[in-house]
Each structure stands twice: as structure tokens, then as C-alpha cells.
Design a protein. Structure first.
Lengths: 98, 124, 100
């Protein structure tokens, strides 16, 4: 079973179906990949503007919306200055035919 | 911590719900179920672009249309406390049960000595 | 269930997962479940293009977001896979007849 247990109480990045990136501590999950993240932030990358972090508090993300959950190297994250890292918006993973 | 458990425990608290199509609903959670269908009251709705706002007295949202639900970060501490209390309560109850059983075993053991292996067999 | 079993035989192999948002992630397959959710370790992606994945070490990918899984040819026994597919097809058609 590939459970999310090893990620519990760890800081994670969550990619969602609409191509957004959330950061926060994974507090819980269930079989539908519904997840709870605390101290959640949404990180928005722009092509021509500094990166923005938006505080969201405690967040329940519905499993259907989840694409990927990754844990990251805290040190590397801490020393990375994201303000001037630019990127295009991630594509969504929705089926355009539906 | 199960997401739906958390949702259940924040009834009566202000939450923000974003729907699949991008609308956001700011209001107080009144009820929820195991499909994440929720009812809310005193809601301010904004459209996907955050341009138009309107108020609703109460609403029902089917869980399948929800993208995510956010709330104050303090609520997690409250939730943890509640869970701890609950766990303590159950441990207390279970311990009570265990003690009772232990006492029972001791009685059996005594019985063993007296009646010779009778309850030993039943234990196996 | 066949592909669940199939992917279980690929644990510890290096695979590349292509998501429906065109992101390709390479890593060591750590585990898989019945929804084909996948966990990868030591992941590599195009971090220049997708800084979203910067500093990421391991990743859980929801099966529903996966478009392709690229495998190394030498890690797959195609004959065995064909056999298993036939057997499963037989079994399910047998079930259908029995069900009638």
C-alpha cells in the first residue's frame, strides 16, 4: 500500500488538479486522498512578477483535487529565495473533453 | 486525523469554501456529512474572479463540488485538545475494563489452584 | 487488479511518470496501491521549468492524475504480462457466464 503515513507531521507541497501549489504540514488524510494541511500557504509563481505566498490557515483539500504530494528538503527550501524564481502556471490535469 | 473528523469538529466555526468552478463561500459551517456535503449560514459568496459579491442566509453545498475548505489555523489546536480528551476518556474506560479483566484472571488463577487446571483449558 | 500486481513487480525500479499536466517525474518506485497511486523516491524533474518541485525528495502521485508511466523495456516480461492478461480475461468471462 502506498499510504501517506510517512508524510504525516511533515511539511509537504501539494499540487492540485487546477495546477496550484499549496504548502503546509500534513495533519491527516483518508482513503479518498482528502487531506488536512495546517499553516497552509498557496504559492503563486508568475512570469514577470515576484512570487507570492498567501496564508490560508488550516485547509481541507478534497481528494479529487489532489494530483501529487511531495515532501521536501527543509534546508534546501530554507535557503531558496523564491521571490525571483519565475514560472508559468502549471497546466491543469482536467480532461478537456468532459 | 481524518479530514472529515476535523470538519465535523468545526461545526459552528467560520470557514471558507472554494468550489470547483472557483466561487468562494465565506460563512459559518452548520452541518456536514460523510460525503463532505455541507450546510452553511450567513454566507458571502464571491464569483471566480472576486468581482461580484452577494449574501446568502443559508446554503447547502454538495461535497463533490468542493475544491477545498479553509479555516483558522487555531482550530487545529482545539481539535487536537478535543481528540486528546476523547482518547483519555476511552483509555480510562478501557483501562477500567482491563482492570476488571485482570481481576477476573486473578480469580481464575485462584480458581486454578483450587480446582486444578479447569480455567487453564478454557484460556487456551 | 492485474496492473496493481504488475506494478508491484516493478518496485525499486526507476520509472518515469508523466502527469496529465505534462510534468514528467523520474524516480525509484517505492510503492503502489489498488488505485495505482504511486510513491517515488529520489525524484528528478525539470525544476527550472517547474520550480514547484524544487527541493522535493519523494512524492506521492494520485493515480487519477497519471497519463503515462514510462518503463525500461528490460524490466518488463511481456510474455508473462500477456499470459496474465489472458488469464484475467478468461476468469472474468467465466464469472460472467456463471453470473448468468
Amino acid at each position: 500500500m502506498s499510504s501517506l503515513k510517512p508524510y504525516l507531521q511533515k511539511n509537504v507541497k501539494v499540487i492540485t488538479v487546477d495546477g496550484r501549489l499549496f504548502l503546509g504540514m500534513l495533519e491527516g488524510f483518508d482513503n479518498n486522498t482528502n487531506i488536512v494541511i495546517s499553516s497552509a500557504k498557496e504559492r503563486v509563481f508568475f512570469k514577470d512578477r515576484p512570487t507570492e505566498d498567501m496564508e490560508m490557515g488550516l485547509c481541507i483539500v478534497r481528494g479529487n483535487e489532489v494530483v501529487a504530494i511531495c515532501d521536501y528538503d527543509e534546508e534546501e527550501e530554507a535557503v531558496t529565495d523564491y521571490t525571483n524564481i519565475h514560472a508559468e502556471k502549471l497546466k491543469d490535469t482536467k480532461n478537456s473533453l468532459i | 486525523m481524518l479530514p472529515l473528523f476535523l470538519l465535523n469538529s468545526v461545526k459552528g466555526q467560520p470557514i471558507m469554501v472554494e468550489l470547483k468552478r472557483g466561487e468562494t463561500l465565506n460563512g459559518t459551517l452548520t452541518n456536514c456529512d460523510s460525503w463532505m456535503n455541507i450546510t452553511m449560514k450567513d454566507i458571502v459568496v464571491s464569483d471566480a474572479h472576486g468581482e461580484n459579491f452577494y449574501k446568502l442566509k443559508s446554503t447547502y453545498v454538495k461535497g463533490i463540488h468542493i475544491k477545498y475548505i479553509t479555516m483558522s489555523n487555531d482550530l487545529i489546536d482545539k481539535f487536537r485538545e478535543e481528540q486528546l480528551k476523547e482518547r483519555e476518556y476511552y483509555r480510562h474506560r478501557n483501562n477500567g475494563g482491563n482492570n476488571y479483566q485482570r481481576r477476573g484472571n486473578r480469580r481464575n488463577y485462584n480458581g486454578n489452584q483450587r480446582y486444578g487446571g479447569h480455567s487453564n483449558r478454557s484460556q487456551a | 487488479m492485474l496492473f496493481f500486481s504488475f506494478f508491484k513487480t516493478l518496485v525499486d525500479q526507476e520509472i518515469t511518470v508523466e502527469l496529465k499536466n505534462d510534468v514528467k517525474i523520474t524516480g525509484t518506485l517505492r510503492s503502489i496501491d489498488q488505485f495505482l497511486n504511486i510513491k517515488l523516491d529520489n525524484i528528478e524533474t525539470d525544476v527550472e521549468k517547474y520550480p514547484h518541485f524544487k527541493a522535493a525528495r519523494s512524492i506521492f502521485i494520485r493515480g487519477s492524475a497519471i497519463r503515462y508511466i514510462h518503463l525500461k523495456p528490460n524490466t518488463v516480461d511481456t510474455n508473462l504480462l500477456q499470459d496474465a492478461s489472458r488469464r484475467e480475461a478468461m476468469a472474468s468471462s467465466g464469472e460472467k457466464i456463471a453470473g448468468r
